[in-house]
Design a protein around this ligand. Structure first.
Ligand code: IVH
Length: 683
């Protein structure tokens, strides 16, 4: 009775075979939506349910198991070693360029090679920071995967690659080529990398230095069950051997073909004309780089037309038709000369490595943070070590790891000082905190004073243009300024007496100070630098209390009524205002003219979204994200970036993705824009 009726025939009757087929196709569809289209179609729990149903079905009926079943993705028996695979067509490397000039020269050589003066059409891909892999499909079925190796012979990583859910085990479409070698990169997304390292930390295992190493380490596991637990991704960007199929006419057409067959292709690509088009894309993607879900180390330019690629051919082991335009390195090796500590505005002590200057990520770096004492011990970083230093985007440069092989015999361990290097007060570390702190407070410790003033003047606080670190250093060191209130007492004479301060700049600073006096209650609260009171808590406090007088005398109970204020934050606020010096500071600031528009205190019942946290996703029909946020905040609600159990409502527009799925999974109420507006119209 089994095995003979196929899915979709008569109504209720389903055989195990038909059910298995339905499950396989559903699971493949969901994995494709999640990993390739980046648009999940079901909650994870639903995927897991279907998956285990299929697993059970296949266990009961082993004859139903097929080569392309998603249950093959869990990993198999460990291998004694990797086999060798000879590439049908060698996997070559790319020439690199760094400067614009290299790109202009590349374009010139291409035009000369093709004997044309016209503009060349180029396809641009990102240069993924992962491992190059060849995937072989035979009659549409995934059959083998190999690393690049030396370009001619690689390692057989078929079983590991099979666990990557974004890679189709069977190509979509009815007419697959007899043999197809897909070339692309295996990589790990940044968030998956963070999660993996967290798991490694929790388990006391080794952390990976970067997503590339994590991807390589995960792929080079002899035990594919381990690989199956690591979220790896794949992006296709090239083709090797092809038999029994028609080669598309261009790189762009190849990627389109791959997409149709269900092979993951990165969305960030372009077809442009001429060197100017290449350089424009390079500039644009560099700005976007940090926001990408994965790491890239440049872009790859390829002559789009395959016939022209053939005409250009290869020089030694790299194509003439392509070049990698690399970003300045974000990681570089240098030596730790010493480790000092820095004192932050809350007294937090941060160990900082003083380095032999090194050019990384486009700037010369001489200091890099080591975060805290535990981190130094965990990474085992010593004075004298050769270390890799990383600088990504605007993030503070950090020491990633020591190169143990290069450790000199006289390398010294860092010892946390017991007294603050600035004010001499004791340094203490509370048991439940990773961070050691100077106990001097801002009165004794000039470093804390400087940090506090810098925070006070910063963009999101009082936003005082021109009052930055260097000015504050001087003002504090020369004892012209002690508290934030002193900033507003500065006169032209005091300023022009400072080093490198022309009268014009001094006047600008005075004008900026004047402008900053018109502020908002929320900015003012934030500017005070109360521990645990960030921008968002400051907004909540301002909305709840409305007036400084009310906040100054707030009780713990009242504070706990403010959305997102818990016992720790409440205590910190109480402690701050119980210090007469802080109260005096507030009074002085107000007396010197700092003011803000009155806030109407929320009347209970009117603020329909009071205490509620909303998340926005997708494109709303009429409101921009900022406008929707304003509507929500006016009604007393808060907007958060991600969905969690604490989310009250999800406001979903078109093309809502994983947030919608997660909200559904958690049973969170979903609102349309219209429903949101209707709800808020009551407040
Ligand atoms: S094309 C014949 N495209 O870069 C040229 N390579 O230096 C074949 N890579 O081993 C390579 N992203 O690991 C190409 N979009 C991309 C790439 C890319 C990363 C890597 C790949 C290769 C190396 C070449």
């Amino acid at each position: 009775m089994q095995n003979d009726i196929f899915g979709g025939t008569s109504g209720e009757v389903t055989t195990p075979q038909a059910r298995a087929e339905i499950l396989r196709s559903e699971l493949n569809r969901h994995a494709h939506a999640y990993y390739v289209l980046d648009n999940p179609s079901v909650p994870d729990a639903e995927y897991d349910r279907l998956f285990s149903e299929l697993q059970q079905l296949e266990q009961a009926h082993p004859e139903l198991k097929t080569a392309d079943s998603p249950t093959n993705r869990v990993g198999g028996a460990p291998l004694p070693e990797f086999g060798q695979v000879q590439h049908a067509i060698p996997m070559l490397s790319l020439n690199n360029g760094f400067a614009d000039e290299d790109v202009i020269n590349f374009d010139r050589r291409v035009r000369e090679g093709l004997d044309t003066t016209g503009e060349i059409e180029y396809a641009i891909d990102l240069k993924f920071d992962g491992l190059a892999i060849n995937l072989r499909y035979v009659d549409g079925l995934f059959s083998q995967a190999a690393t690049r190796g030396d370009g001619f012979t690689g390692e057989d990583v078929t079983e590991n690659i099979r666990t990557i859910r974004g890679i189709p085990l069977r190509l979509h479409g009815d007419n697959p080529p007899k043999v197809l070698d897909v070339r692309g990169e295996v990589l790990m997304f940044k968030n998956d990398f963070e999660k993996l390292n967290q798991r490694q930390r929790d388990a006391g295992g080794k952390e990976f230095a970067n997503p590339r190493n994590a991807a390589a380490g995960s792929l080079r596991q002899l035990d594919s069950k381990i690989t199956a637990q690591r979220s790896l991704r794949f992006f296709a960007y090239g083709i090797g051997y092809l038999e029994g199929g028609k080669l598309p006419s261009s790189h762009r057409a190849l990627l389109d073909w791959y997409r149709q067959m269900g092979i993951p292709v990165c969305e960030e690509n372009a077809v442009v004309r001429g060197a100017a088009g290449l350089l424009d894309f390079y500039q644009a993607i560099q700005k976007k780089r940090d926001a990408l879900a994965y790491e890239i180390d440049g872009v790859v330019y390829k002559v789009n037309d395959f016939a022209s690629q053939d005409n250009l051919g290869f020089v030694s082991r790299a194509p003439r038709f392509a070049i990698a335009h690399k970003f300045p390195a974000q990681e570089a090796l240098t030596t730790v000369l010493d480790i000092d500590v820095q004192v932050g505005r809350t007294g937090a002590i941060t160990p900082v490595a003083r380095l032999v200057p090194v050019f990384v990520g486009g700037v010369t770096v001489t200091n890099a943070t080591l975060h805290n004492e535990e981190e130094i011990q965990r990474k085992d970083i010593r004075i004298g070590d050769t270390v890799s230093v990383r600088r990504a985007g605007d993030v503070i440069p950090e020491v990633v790891a020591s190169v143990l092989e290069k450790r000199p015999a006289d390398a010294r361990q860092f010892i946390m000082p017991t007294a603050c290097p600035i004010c001499g007060s004791a340094i203490v570390k509370l048991e439940d905190e990773a961070i050691a702190r100077c106990t001097g407070g801002w009165i004794k410790c000039s470093a804390q004073r400087k940090g506090g003033l810098f925070h006070f003047a910063s963009r999101k606080a009082m936003n005082i243009d021109g009052v930055g670190e260097q000015l504050i250093d001087q003002l504090v060191d020369k004892q012209v300024v002690t508290t934030a209130a002193d900033l507003y007492k500065l006169g032209l004479r005091a300023l022009v007496e400072l080093d490198r301060m022309a009268e014009k700049s001094a006047q600008n600073i005075l004008a900026a100070l004047e402008v900053s006096k018109h502020t908002s209650f929320a900015r003012f609260i934030y500017a005070l630098g109360i521990r645990h009171v960030g921008e968002s808590t400051a907004k909540d406090l301002a909305a709840y209390f409305g007036k400084m007088d009310a906040l100054l005398v707030a009780t713990e109970e009242q504070l706990l009524n403010v959305p997102d204020v818990g016992p720790i934050v409440a205590k910190s606020i109480l402690r701050f205002f119980s210090d007469p010096l802080n109260v005096e500071l507030v009074e002085q600031l107000i007396a010197s003219g700092v003011h803000w528009p009155e806030i109407e205190v929320q009347e209970k019942g009117e603020q329909v979204l009071a205490g509620k946290t909303l998340v926005l996703t997708g494109t709303l029909p009429s409101l921009s994200r900022d406008q929707a946020t304003e509507v929500i905040e006016k009604a007393g609600g808060k907007v958060a970036g991600s969905v969690s159990k604490k989310t009250s409502y999800l406001v979903a527009g078109d093309d809502a993705g994983s947030k919608l799925v997660k909200a559904q999974e958690l049973g969170i109420t979903i609102l349309t824009e219209a429903e949101l507006l209707q709800l808020c119209s009551r407040s």
